[in-house]
Design a protein around this ligand. Structure first.
Ligand SMILES: CC(C)(COP(=O)(O)OP(=O)(O)OC[C@H]1O[C@@H](n2cnc3c(N)ncnc32)[C@H](O)[C@@H]1OP(=O)(O)O)[C@@H](O)C(=O)NCCC(=O)NCCS
Length: 153
């Protein structure tokens, strides 16, 4: 499904607070229960948060964020604009979060019905660790907890 990202004019850069409107536009386009802007804004003040923006031909098309406290990292959010899915951008964002993080264990939550995201995580080596019942609202749904353990360098 995904074209290798190097075939695209794709850049992945650290997001700044000035990117907040673009992040919120993506968040609102991608989720039925988007993070409120106040929560997203707060994330920029969290020292362990890494927030990356994907730009295709200079246009913001996706972002991802993680809380990194080596050796553990929690993937907090990832989304790609509906118009630009299936091009390898989600995978590129995940790899950029993981690479250079100094973390060897990652975990995340994903809606039980969100097979696209689950396939992405599985492709990267994540496995289902457990279920959090009724974790999500709008609509109410279980979360799968997925984890990835990388070999120590
Ligand atoms: C999940 C999401 C970020 C994937 O982004 P993307 O850029 O389309 O993903 P990629 O093109 O990098 O795909 C990488 C892999 O993910 C899997 N995948 C992605 N979309 C898929 C789909 N619709 N169906 C099945 N597998 C899919 C494939 O295994 C793919 O690997 P392949 O190209 O070798 O087949 C995107 O669908 C999205 O933004 N969804 C809405 C927000 C969301 O659900 N975020 C996750 C919250 S936990």
């Amino acid at each position: 499904m995904s074209a290798p990202s190097e075939q695209l004019n794709l850049t992945i850069v650290p997001a700044t607070i000035d990117d907040l409107p673009q992040l919120m536009a993506l968040e609102n386009a991608c989720f039925s229960d988007p993070w409120p802007e106040a929560v997203m804004r707060t994330t920029f003040a969290v020292s362990v948060a890494k927030i990356l923006l994907a730009k295709l031909d200079g246009e913001a098309v996706g972002f991802a964020m993680a809380y990194l406290i080596p050796p553990e990292g929690e993937i907090g959010d990832i989304c790609v604009s509906p118009a630009h899915r299936g091009k390898g951008i989600g995978r590129a964002l995940m790899n950029a979060l993981i690479d250079g993080s100094n973390c060897t264990q990652f975990w995340l939550e994903v809606r039980a019905s969100n097979l696209a995201a689950q396939r992405l995580y599985e492709k990267l080596g994540f496995e289902v660790l457990g279920v959090r019942k009724n974790y999500y609202e709008r609509p109410r749904e279980d979360a799968l907890v997925m984890g990835l353990t990388l070999p120590e360098e």
